[in-house]
Ligand binder design. Structure first.
Ligand code: NAG
Length: 507
């Protein structure tokens, strides 16, 4: 906890609860993390039989409740609509023992590429996972086929189901299902959180791993992304939620906006661009905190900056905890820049068959599927909201029918088709209000499985905690908007000391 003396005592006091939480997480993790390269914590390995894959039938529910004289509880109406069962999006891996296909040759990472960029060690990429396996698997396969070395990818399993996924005890329809075998076959690591963490706690957990394994820098990505390298060179598609880029100079701007295409001299995969961007951040000598690639759908973190501002506020569990972090970094003079290293789509859907990412020309033209299509009522609302856009899309769809159905053998030509679908997926996610996060509630099964939690209840609790976090944030800073640096004169020491800066609406 070397960062404590660096903080002033007032701040340290107000951060004490988060620090205590951090210490607890840290300690809990310490006993867990001596994980071997295959992701098996050695601590757990030493307990005989704990990792055995012996499947036991779930015991049928027996009513063990002592008798009662109270009236029976009143039940909520049964939901009239449920999403269809999810389908594993990578049949090749799910149904055979085949090795994953080879990735496009131009995206193959050169051995020890990090050394070419002056880095002693490759920084890890953390991808947190709580729910929705098809989305996670898609993100992982995207990173690998875009050229990120599988061995540098760490899936952080934050499901709260302890070793049950590792033991293969959960079924695909369980929201918390994650398949360790499949991830191992893809060559990525799985790290388990000791218990279910919130977003803020998981960020602190990434930091904790970075301390444990001595990584001064690390990347993290969300699981709801479709990511590509600049295989086709410059790309002018409009992607929702893209922010303005920060460039260091004209040459830098040129390199970011007009990248060389695959097979051309100077082509760089997204991984190589990330290493290069890290090297630049270090060499510019800036006091830098984050580098964002499509905000934090993919982000690069400087551990030193996290240190200086006391990490993430664990008491602001989900949304606005980033506003708090960015505010603290900004007030303390750490830069955050929006940079361009590849093509990142924020999505809520998956390719129907992820094998297309390996460019298999024998597969039919790719489609994307919504794991949680809107209910009929929701769909009616969406249709109304976007009657116009919809009509246009339908016309485009009709025009598309005369497109050749066969997929090209050239991986770059194949990429062009995938890229366009990735962009469409992004627009689909942002097509209407309130549909962006529906993918999180796509699976509704798992009754009777270990650590089962009612999926609808989980989603509702999440929303409540999220709202509570917004309240904590607004009281902490006396400010509600996500612009502590640009929108206020607040300083780090002001947290929890200022009155609110807005008028409560009176009616
Ligand atoms: C995990 O995936 C493998 C294929 O990679 C499959 O054989 C196995 O049945 C899956 N496990 C579970 C629990 O679904």
């Amino acid at each position: 906890m070397a960062f404590l003396p660096a903080l002033n005592p007032r701040l340290a006091r107000s951060l004490l609860p988060s620090v205590v939480a951090l210490v607890l997480i840290f300690l809990a993790f310490f006993s867990y993390t001596r994980y071997a390269p295959n992701g098996t914590p050695t601590f757990l390995k030493s307990i005989p039989g704990i990792n055995s894959n012996s499947k036991t039938e779930p015991t049928p529910t027996i009513d063990r409740r002592p008798p009662t004289t109270h009236a029976p509880p009143k039940y909520k109406p049964t939901p009239t609509w449920a999403p269809p069962p999810v389908v594993d999006p990578f049949p090749l891996l799910a149904n055979s023992a085949a090795r994953p296909p080879p990735i496009p040759h131009y995206n193959m990472p050169r051995p020890n590429m990090h050394e070419e960029y002056g880095l002693e060690r490759p920084p890890p990429l953390f991808i947190g996972f709580t729910r929705a396996w098809p989305m996670l698997l898609q993100a992982v396969v995207c990173y690998i086929t875009a050229g990120w070395p599988a061995d540098n990818i760490y899936i952080v399993e934050n499901t709260g189901v302890h070793n049950k996924n590792k033991e293969g005890k959960l079924s695909l329809q369980n929201p918390f299902y994650l398949n360790h075998t499949t991830l191992q076959r893809l060559g990525v690591h799985v790290v388990q959180t000791p218990t279910l963490l919130t977003f803020a706690q998981m960020q602190n957990f990434f930091l904790s791993i970075a301390y444990q394994h001595d990584h001064p820098y690390y990347f993290y990505s969300h699981q709801d992304v479709v990511v590509f390298s600049f295989e086709d060179g410059p790309d002018n598609y409009d992607r929702p939620a893209t922010r303005d880029y920060d460039f260091y100079d004209d040459e830098d701007k040129q390199a970011a906006l007009y990248p060389a295409a695959a097979n051309q001299l100077g082509y760089r995969s997204i991984y190589e661009n990330c290493l290069r961007d890290l090297q630049m951040a270090i060499e510019k000598g800036e006091r830098w905190g984050f580098r964002f690639y499509q905000y934090d759908h993919l982000a690069l973190v400087n551990r030193e900056a996290m240190d200086a501002v006391g990490g993430w506020d664990s008491l602001i569990p989900y949304y606005t905890t980033d506003c708090d972090m960015n505010g603290k970094l900004g007030m303390d003079g750490w830069t955050m820049k929006e940079r361009r290293v590849g093509l990142i789509n924020d999505v809520s859907t998956t390719f129907a068959d992820l094998e297309v990412l390996y460019r298999n020309p024998a597969l039919p033209r790719p489609k994307f599927v919504d794991p949680n299509p809107p209910s009929p009522e929701m769909q009616a609302k969406i249709d109304k909201e976007m009657a116009e856009k919809e009509a246009k899309a339908a016309k485009e769809e009709a025009a598309r029918t005369d497109i050749e159905e066969k997929m090209p053998a050239d991986p770059v030509a194949y990429f062009r088709i995938l890229n366009k679908i990735g962009v469409d997926m992004g627009h689909y996610k942002y097509r209407a209000r309130d549909v962006r996060n529906t993918w999180q509630t796509s699976q509704r099964g798992g009754q009777g499985e270990p650590f089962y939690y009612d999926p609808v209840g989980f989603a509702r609790s999440w929303a409540l905690l999220n709202e509570a976090g917004r309240t904590v944030y607004s009281e902490k800073w006396g400010h509600r908007d996500c612009n502590l640096v640009e929108g206020t004169a607040l300083r780090m020491d002001d947290q929890w000391k200022v009155e609110k800066d807005w008028e409560e609406k009176k009616d």
